[in-house]
Design a protein around this ligand. Structure first.
Ligand SMILES: Cc1cc2nc3c(=O)[nH]c(=O)nc-3n(C[C@H](O)[C@H](O)[C@H](O)COP(=O)(O)OP(=O)(O)OC[C@H]3O[C@@H](n4cnc5c(N)ncnc54)[C@H](O)[C@@H]3O)c2cc1C
Length: 417
């Protein structure tokens, strides 16, 4: 019998969400298999932040120590104006009293830790590479997946974890078209660079009208790198035209400048750091409108396939991981049934829709927008003259509640699986 025949759950897409689902189902004693389109896994992408709600789930999977060894435990989140003036900072993760850390990590390291664990725990056939799913059929007894080049596979349920350009979502919502452009273009890169602000701060500067940056270390320094950590940076600016939506699309320094020139502060020369980056990636900030439903019978969606969101609150990977854990919990309780998918959707659809919409209007970088607008983009003598500390803290706390990582909720809610 071929691998994957009659598994309970067929997972389409071996990204962050699909692998977290495979590990969670295995932990719950449910058989599953992952079908991934690419023939070979490459260390792609740049930095990702794992907030305490995602880290609680990864720690319940026994992966916290391995992730922490490859990541930077974030101590502080800080905001500065375009002129380098301090606006606001707050402790993060365990430094803010959570039971779980906030980790800043390279996507390739996160993916590698998940993939290695899947192979070790579920076996080397658990992830089938080179399987691009093009169509799902279902009837009362199960589902059949069809691939572009390989034989069909059958199972009881199928979960589309196939990312922002999901083929399964296209089947559910024909004619939806491309994700929606926000009007903001993003360039990203990683570079070995001297540590700044204690070596464990995530910092955000400026505003998107004139150029916003998000910068944080994702890998510790080593003797080979002369102690320099790997720094992840993102540069964002409003642009009328969207570039092609491709995670590996190359960006050009010339297109970013002069918006990001002259950003030399006493704690970091941002412009020099960007100019020293060998490979710059370019991606438009896009999302999709929340769907009223994302399950149909034995098929459901998870992660970016279900609810792609702007990367403005460090929640894309985290919400995919939480979906995975919650869905595994429902399948454990209700079996590999349509009822389990319905129970998953009833809770996770409205919860993630709120995050998608809040990322459009009121994510944590609202702090930068408010300061930019109220100060007219000019230098200010004291931040208190522009906005009160209480108002800044309230913006940050509001988002934690929407995204499900305020300290009390996280401490007291039962485990999903
Ligand atoms: C190569 C790559 C690089 C990325 N880089 C970044 C980054 O630098 N920063 C960031 O914030 N986010 C990045 N992302 C997105 C980020 O991983 C997700 O936003 C988030 O982790 C949610 O994960 P997901 O599992 O829903 O989607 P993803 O992690 O995007 O995983 C989707 C997976 O499905 C596979 N797939 C797609 N179509 C099919 C199909 N028809 N059949 C089978 N498999 C299919 C894809 O190859 C991919 O492995 C990247 C995604 C990819 C795929």
């Amino acid at each position: 019998m071929s691998p994957g025949a009659n598994d309970d759950v067929l997972i389409v897409g071996g990204g962050v969400g699909g692998l977290a689902l495979a590990l969670s189902l295995h932990q719950a004693g449910i058989s599953c298999r992952v079908f991934e389109a690419v023939p070979e896994i490459l260390p792609l992408g740049v930095g990702i932040n794992l907030l305490p709600h995602a880290m609680r789930e990864l720690s319940e999977l026994g992966l916290q120590d391995e992730l922490a060894a490859r990541a930077i435990e974030t101590r502080e989140l800080a905001f500065y104006s375009r002129h380098g003036q301090f606006i606001y900072k707050e402790p993060r993760g365990r430094f803010a009293g959570y039971d779980w850390p906030q980790l800043s990590i390279h996507r390739a390291d996160l993916h590698d830790v998940l993939l290695t664990a899947v192979k070790q725990r579920l076996g080397k056939d658990a992830v089938q590479l080179g399987h691009r799913c093009i169509q799902v059929d279902q009837d009362a007894s199960g589902v059949t997946l069809h691939f572009d080049k390989t034989q069909p596979r059958t199972g009881k349920l199928v979960v589309g974890c196939d990312g922002i350009h999901s083929a399964l979502r296209r089947q559910l919502v024909p004619g939806e078209g491309l994700p929606k452009y926000s009007g903001v273009n993003m360039w990203r890169g990683t570079v070995r660079w001297p540590a700044f602000l204690g070596g464990d701060t995530m910092v955000s500067t400026g505003w998107m009208t004139v150029g916003k940056t998000v910068i944080y270390p994702v890998r510790p320094g080593t003797p080979e790198t002369a102690g320099r950590p790997l720094i992840n940076w993102v540069a964002e600016i409003e642009r009328p035209e969207a570039v092609r939506q491709d995670w590996t699309g190359r960006g050009r320094l010339a297109d970013m400048m002069p918006a990001f020139s002259g950003l030399k502060f006493d704690w970091l020369d941002i412009t020099a750091m960007i100019e020293s980056t060998e490979e710059i990636l370019e991606y438009p900030m896009v999302d999709r409108d929340p769907l009223p439903r994302w399950s149909l019978g034995r098929l459901t969606l998870l992660g970016d396939a279900a609810h792609p969101m702007y990367p403005r609150g460090s929640n894309g990977a985290g919400q995919a991981i939480i979906d995975a854990r919650f869905l595994a919990g429902q399948i454990r309780k209700l079996g590999a049934t349509e009822a389990a998918l319905a129970a998953y959707e009833t809770v996770r659809n409205p919860a993630t829709a709120k995050v998608v919409l809040t990322n459009r209007t009121d994510p944590p970088d609202t702090i930068l927008r408010e300061v930019w607008q109220r100060s007219g983009g000019k230098r200010f003598a004291r931040i208190e003259d522009v906005i009160s500390a209480g108002e800044l803290e309230a913006i940050s706390e509001r988002y934690k509640k929407v995204a499900g990582f305020d300290r009390e909720t996280l401490k007291t809610r039962p485990s999903f699986v």
